[in-house]
Design a protein around this ligand. Structure first.
Ligand SMILES: *[C@@H]1O[C@H](CO)[C@@H](O)[C@H](O)[C@H]1NC(C)=O
Ligand SMILES: *[C@@H]1O[C@H](CO)[C@@H](O)[C@H](O)[C@H]1NC(C)=O
Ligand SMILES: *[C@@H]1O[C@H](CO)[C@@H](O)[C@H](O)[C@H]1NC(C)=O
Ligand SMILES: *[C@@H]1O[C@H](CO)[C@@H](O)[C@H](O)[C@H]1NC(C)=O
Length: 412
């Protein structure tokens, strides 16, 4: 291994302008599906809570539905600092009595994967040891523990590692921000274990332009909140950069808030549908035991998950002009996209009352201008009655903040 000697010589990865090691192609082809501790528990985490989520993946049928990653967020390590001898980050022995490695084996034994968290600064957001300057040591520690996914945050960055203005030539790949993430990317690429890499850079440094050269997914914004305003604002942000999403390249709209706060069931449906059809990672963020059957049905919807996890088509759905006179809205309400099954249409009612939404079939990109189609409702898994010619329009009444999801198939 080329990197073995480098690993022994130094824990610091020398960064040179130019090219960094590309992220592993053995992981991260499809947007991650899983769970993360943060939105559910914040810093109040421990092995029992993480294992409970892993066991619920199995008992609630989430594992069978494709959910795989059980991810630990901030506050897992010993806050008083690194081991004075080995200089390694040490797990908090009270919260994680079997260490992270011991927890990783238990999660792997359930047929699942485990993720961990660190920070491209001197300390994490909650003040635990960060990885800046210790990338190789920390990546090899994570690899040894059996870690499959790293969320790498952006707090406590020394002033000389920030960017006060656009870098020379507007080349954000060579900005200080990108270099901090590239150092960890190089260190992860040097591990024998494939580790999916989430660049948690809050939409800074034009990350979508260089994210795929460094990691598998990148956050487009600051932290999510369980609010309709967050959902619409992140959809708007993401829609402006959708062409960067593809296999191994995921615009991350942040972790799920289904089950948290006071989102209506329609808003929770839109939350899930939009993350699925825009191909964002979907990391559940609630105490799974509290989800009711309606919420479970949303997050286990087979057809939306199949669109999200399509092995043949990596691109996201994109907005389209629904009728010749349709007004432009922000965020857009009408989206279409392709899957292995065919052509899909997704419609969000962004308004605060029930409204009729209409599209002309021939306006749907890829559908063509002739023929007859049937329309299948992905939420219910049933075909709507009747057929529609390409020149006809389809109308549906959509509740406030709800989303309808369709597959259109040519029948003649
Ligand atoms: C953190 O590390 C210190 C120093 O090694 C040790 O005394 C303490 O018990 C550790 N605390 C936890 C919760 O692991
Ligand atoms: C910031 O300062 C530290 C400590 O002097 C140095 O190791 C590091 O290379 C500097 N970072 C940049 C981007 O110049
Ligand atoms: C996305 O679109 C922008 C602006 O048109 C373009 O510069 C960029 O190369 C595109 N990226 C991809 C991955 O196609
Ligand atoms: C589940 O909770 C949502 C609110 O989050 C509610 O609208 C829905 O009716 C509940 N479903 C059941 C079966 O209780």
């Amino acid at each position: 291994m080329m990197f073995a000697s480098a690993l022994l010589l130094s824990s610091v990865v020398p960064v040179v302008l130019g090219q960094s090691a590309p992220p592993s192609k053995s992981t991260g082809k499809l947007p991650a599906l899983g769970w993360n501790t943060w939105n559910a528990y914040g810093c109040n985490i421990n092995e029992a809570k993480v294992l409970a989520a892993a066991n619920q993946f199995v008992s609630l049928g989430l594992k069978d539905a494709g959910y795989q990653y059980v991810n630990i967020d901030d506050c897992w390590s010993n806050k008083s600092g690194r081991d004075p001898n080995t200089h390694r980050i040490v797990p908090d022995a009270t919260k994680f009595p079997n260490g992270i490695g011991g927890l990783a084996s238990q999660i792997h034994n359930l047929g699942l994967k485990i993720g961990i968290y660190s920070d491209a600064g001197t300390m994490t957001c909650a003040g635990y040891p960060g990885s800046l300057g210790n990338e190789m040591l920390d990546a090899s520690t994570f690899g040894e523990w059996g870690i499959d996914y790293l969320k790498y945050d952006n707090c406590n960055v020394p002033a000389n590692w920030t960017d006060s203005s656009s870098p020379p030539g507007g080349d954000w790949y060579n900005s200080n921000s990108a270099l901090r993430y590239r150092q960890m990317g190089d260190a992860l690429a040097a591990q024998s274990r494939p580790i999916q890499y989430e660049i948690c850079i809050w939409g800074q440094a034009n990350v979508w332009t260089w994210g795929a050269r460094v990691g598998h997914s990148w956050r487009m914004s600051g932290d999510a909140s369980p609010s309709w305003s967050y959902i619409t604002s992140i959809i708007k942000t993401n829609v402006a950069h959708l062409n960067y999403t593809n296999f191994w390249a995921h615009n991350d709209m942040d972790m799920m808030e289904i089950g948290n706060g006071a989102l209506t069931i329609q808003e929770q449906r839109t939350h899930f549908a939009a993350w699925a059809f825009l191909k964002s990672p979907i990391l559940l963020g609630t105490d799974l035991s509290k989800l009711n059957s309606t919420q479970l049905a949303i997050i286990k919807n087979k057809e939306l998950l199949a669109f999200h996890q399509d092995p043949n088509i990596g691109t996201a759905a994109t907005p389209f002009k629904a009728t010749s006179t349709a007004p432009t809205t922000s965020p857009p309400e009408y989206y279409s996209g392709a899957s292995s099954k065919g052509t899909h249409v997704f419609i969000i009612n962004t308004g605060s009352s029930t409204a009729t939404k209409t599209f002309t079939l021939s306006n749907v990109p890829g559908l063509g201008t002739s023929g007859t189609f049937k329309i299948h409702d992905m939420w219910s898994g049933t075909d709507l009655s009747g057929t529609y010619s390409a020149s006809s329009s389809f109308s549906v009444s959509v509740a406030a903040h709800d989303t309808v999801t369709y597959l259109l198939t040519k029948v003649a």
